[in-house]
Every structure is written in C-alpha cells, then in structure tokens.
Design a protein around this ligand. Sequence first.
Ligand code: SAH
Length: 362
Amino acid sequence: MSDSISQSALLPQLSADMRRPLLALTEQELLDWLTSVGEKKFRLKQIRKWMIERRIKSFDQMTDLPAALRQKLTTEFRFSSFEQVGHQIASDRTEKLLLKLNDSELVECVVMREPGRHTVCISTQVGCAMGCVFCASGLLGVKRDLTASEIFEQVLVIHRLLADDERVTNVVVMGIGEPLANYDNLMAALEFLSSEENFGLGARRITVSTVGLPKKIREFARNGKQFNLAISLHAPNDELRTKIVPVNRNIGLNELLDAADDFFEVTGRRISYEYVLLSGVNDQPAHAEELATLLRGRNAHVNLIPMNGVSELVMTAPGEPMTRRFCEILEQRGIPATVRKRKGADIDAACGQLRLNREQQR
Ligand code: SAH
C-alpha cells in the first residue's frame, strides 16, 4: 500500500477560494462569460473538450487557447472543485482519493480495476444522516449535500488519473452519503455523466445505491433513463432492519419493496439488493431462508457483502463458510446471489473510512 496525505489536509483552511470551479458553470453561463470578456464562441467547445475529455491538470495546459485566455480563466475560475489531499493505492490497484472541497470538507472516491473494466465509486454528501450501524460514513452525521458538479467531477478526477488507454467504464454511486437524499443534484450529475454532449457514459453503466427512500425510488423510476438501482436491504424483516438501518423505522419493508416493484415495472431493470453480512447479527441460515421468501417472485439479485472492518466498530464479517452457506441457501431457493469480491482490502476501503480517519486527526 502507498499512502500520501498532504499536510494541508490536516490544517484548517485560512481563506476560501472565491473563484467558482469552471465545471460548476452551465454551458450558457460559460458562453456568456466568454462573450463578456470579448472571446469568440467557438472557444466554448475547445474549453469543454479539455475539461471533460482530456487528462490535464490546469488551464495552462489548454495549448490551443491563446495565453491571454488561459490567464483570464485562471484569474476567474478554479480548474477543479477539489484539492487532492490523500491517495492510496492497494495491491490490487484499487485507488482511493481523499478530496478536499473549498469549505475544507472531505469526500472520497475510488476506482476499482477489473479486466476491461474501470469502476468509479463516488460520494454524494459530506457524511451521511442514515446511521447504518456498520458504516463509517454516518458516524459523524451529515454536514452538507454535494453540488451537482462536486458529484460528477469525482469521475473526471479519476478519468484524469487513468492511463491514456484506460477509460472509466462504470460508475457506482456507493460512496459517502445517501444519493436519494440529495436527489436534484444527483440527477443533474447523472445527466452530465450520461449525456452524449458531456461525459457520455451509458445510463446502463451507472448504478445508484440507496438505503431505500420509497418516494424517491418512484421518482427515480420515472427519470426517463436506464440507470440501475441497488437497494441496501441488510435484513429480511422489519425488526432486524430497523436495528441495522435505523431509518427503516419510518419506512418499513413493505413500502420499500412496493417502491422497488414499481421501479421494476416502470424501467424493466432488475434490482440488486445489497446485504452486508454482519457476524452473529444477520448472517444465520434462518436469515437467508427468510430473505429468500421475501424476494421470491421478484426479479432480484442479491449482492452479499462481507462487512469491511471499521476500526471504531466492534462488528465484523462472518467467515468464509458462513458466507458461502448464506449464498447457497439463496441460490437453492431460486434467488440469484453473489458474494462481492473484496477490493482494496489493504487500504481504508470501507465506505467513509478514509475521511473518518482524517477527520479524527484534525
Ligand atoms: N447510502 C447508500 C449508498 C452509500 S453506501 C446506501 O446505503 O446504499 C454503499 C454500500 O456500502 C451500501 O450497501 C452500504 O450498506 C455498504 N457499506 C457501508 N459500510 C460498509 C462496510 N463497513 N462494509 C461493507 N459494506 C458497507
């Protein structure tokens, strides 16, 4: 593992940078600005190509722009919403970045590598209000929503990190925060990532993971694009789910599964149910049986995730045999299930773990 954390991550911000990040501007706003500084309209296309497709680090590298324009851009705008303050590389080449926002808050994003596949995991909030008992992201509560550009720029940061012959092929919204609790900004970010004029990643390559907010799931079903939905279920009955996922108290499995069924009816897309296995809590054969009954007849896929250790928490993952048994019971009952491969096992890969560690040092 290699770990580089710059000192500025640990120091309080002295003065916030008042310049807007360039990608926070709409196309129209950028066009208006170009006009206002006496530049030609065609510069818009050039600038956007540099910002979205090319792998550069500053306006200075936009070599087909006149030096004066590059200077104006630098004076007026920030190149990125983030300062990279941490970078960990695991032995399986999973990379995790810790990014500092202009108000000194921290978020994380990750790239996982598989043959022919580069999956980026992005955050949608600073912290999380959901309070899932095994998750590092919620331990400090939620500070604020990320803006749309703060969400999609994480993908661009990773894009610029990849080698010239590598591409981002998939995006999972499974980082810090509850995406559907920041719905409008999430959708604006997904629009950017999936539209041809912008990043151009197919909607089918983008997956949103939610704790399960029913109203928002129904709204998401009607957004008109073929995004994937993953629901963090974690328990087969309300009593246990409320213990593990406290917001379930106000939701309940019935309402959640009704919304999930609605999503399937409207989009025809199979839903993944994530189930973090917690030793002695939700990992018993009886839980697997109950889960199979709950999902019977639904077009579902269960993603079993042995819990990633979080140093502040006492919960742990079950061992291999227990995990395999759980998976087999589901499959024998006709519910497709897989155990999620561990990625980045030797870095702080658990959701929110890197940010949490850094916050504790401040
Ligand atoms: N709030 C959303 C998305 C972020 S969490 C959600 O709840 O789905 C993304 C996934 O990582 C969720 O399934 C979450 O339950 C899981 N997760 C969080 N902490 C984890 C941990 N310590 N080990 C394994 N999975 C974890």
